[in-house]
Design a binder for this molecule. Structure first.
Ligand SMILES: CC(C)(COP(=O)(O)OP(=O)(O)OC[C@H]1O[C@@H](n2cnc3c(N)ncnc32)[C@H](O)[C@@H]1OP(=O)(O)O)[C@@H](O)C(=O)NCCC(=O)NCCS
Length: 193
């Protein structure tokens, strides 16, 4: 089985049970305590910006993106990323990341954030977030808080607590919400419709 026999497709609700099994297999029950998971609990992920790797009809890898906010800035949080053990080291994980980042770029996002290993994500365009700039809901090794800046200056617009964008929107005054929703992510919103 080589990489070009694997199909990469946008995620569909029918993939959910298989994705749950893959994430359980990759991260175990400890996944529920992870900082990124706590953020993702705040609302849905972006189905249109999330992708699966398929061997025939079988889902063998998954990556998801979730809209987040930090201070006045917006970003997409990448994860979980997981590939079934029997399919590892064939480039499937890196291809899933590249597809998700490209989808984020096309959707007009300025930053993709993640918590992960710099040696893996560095060649894919991720760099360490300046320590102290962002706060996750659980402690995270600063070396593992990484960002790919897709639009110059977008990372500098992020500061403070990272939370699901829906929670930030719910906490903001109505007047601010209207302005933000239009200015921040018009094409992500469009992708979800
Ligand atoms: C991490 C994971 C998604 C990689 O998927 P994959 O399809 O095997 O990755 P790729 O084939 O694209 O890349 C494999 C390469 O990355 C390296 N690699 C894998 N995990 C790595 C890590 N954590 N840090 C550094 N390098 C890593 C491999 O050694 C391999 O190197 P090589 O190309 O020099 O042989 C997969 O191993 C997995 O599901 N792991 C468990 C869940 C997890 O840790 N997810 C990431 C959370 S941030």
């Amino acid at each position: 089985m080589s990489l070009n026999e694997i199909a990469f497709r946008p995620e569909d609700p029918a993939h959910d049970p298989a994705i749950e099994i893959i994430n359980e297999e990759a991260f175990g029950p400890g996944r529920f305590a992870r900082a990124a998971y706590r953020i993702r609990e705040g609302g849905p992920h972006e189905r249109a910006l999330s992708f699966v790797a398929l061997d025939g009809a079988a889902v063998i890898g998954s990556v998801r993106l979730t809209r987040v906010a930090a201070g006045g800035g917006r970003a997409l949080l990448l994860g979980p990323l997981a590939v079934r053990p029997a399919y590892k080291n064939r480039g499937i994980g890196k291809k899933l990341v590249a597809i998700a980042v490209e989808a984020a770029r096309r959707a007009g996002a300025g930053v993709v954030l993640l918590v992960g290993d710099a040696p893996y994500y560095g060649p894919l365009g991720f760099r360490q977030v300046p320590p102290g700039r962002l706060a996750m809901p659980r402690p995270v090794d600063p070396d593992r808080l990484l960002a790919a800046e897709l639009r110059a200056g977008a990372l500098a617009a992020l500061s403070g607590a990272v939370m699901h964008a829906d929670l930030a929107a719910a906490a903001a005054p109505a007047s601010a919400r209207e302005g933000e929703a239009e200015a921040a992510e018009p094409r992500v919103a469009a992708a979800r419709r």
